[in-house]
Design a protein around this ligand. Structure first.
Ligand SMILES: [Zn+2]
Length: 198
């Protein structure tokens, strides 16, 4: 799955299995950290990921994503937003996430509406948004937000990844009525997530 050799100058030589294409950024970061510091803790984190993806127990499935929902067609939205804001320069794939993949954060009362996976160059949108109560302009905004992650790389600082750093935030203001989008994002949490019956 992964083999590392350090040459006589201490430079790593690395071979990794393609299952790492779908590895969470934290795992890639751990691998990078291990290569720099040979931290045993970081290596263990890589090992844990490998163990969870061992092809003997879990065959690697190609990532196939559905773009057409009941209400929204993500490929159409992506193409339009890509043309409007990025001169059609981005080539991200997009699809609906699996139900439950984006879990609600109960503490901060937020929903993760979308994610961008850099290794797969893939945007996944929370299927909770495939709902006629979601304004079309908000879908545009969510797709814009994720496309912008593809255009503006995350930065690593003080030991953690920062996705919404200063230059990202500046670029994000290109989308009109940013404040309204934040309000809709908050309102939709209450509308889309029905409280569990007691
Ligand atoms: Zn983001």
């Amino acid at each position: 799955m992964v083999s590392v050799k350090f040459d006589f100058l201490g430079q790593p030589r690395l071979r990794i299995n393609q299952v790492f294409l779908d590895a969470p950024e934290a795992v890639i970061a751990s691998l990078g950290h291990y290569l720099k510091t040979r931290s045993r803790v970081a290596w263990k984190q890589v090992g844990n990921f490998v163990a969870s993806r061992d092809p003997k127990t879990r065959p690697v499935q190609p990532v196939i994503v559905q773009t057409k929902g009941r209400v929204f067609d993500l490929a159409m939205i992506r193409d339009r937003i890509n043309r409007l804001y990025f001169n059609g320069s981005l080539d991200c794939r997009i699809g609906w996430a699996k139900v439950g993949q984006h879990r609600r954060n109960a503490r901060s009362r937020t929903i993760r509406y979308g994610t961008y996976n850099k290794a797969l160059n893939l945007i996944r949108i929370n299927p909770i948004l495939d709902d006629s109560r979601v304004p079309a302009i908000f879908m545009d905004y969510i797709v814009f937000h994720e496309l912008l992650h593809a255009a503006v790389p995350s930065e690593r600082g003080r030991g953690r990844w920062r996705h919404h750093h200063g230059s990202y935030r500046i670029q994000e203001r290109r989308f009109p009525d940013h404040a309204l989008m934040q309000k809709i994002a908050a309102d939709l949490v209450m509308i889309l997530v029905t409280p569990r019956a007691r």
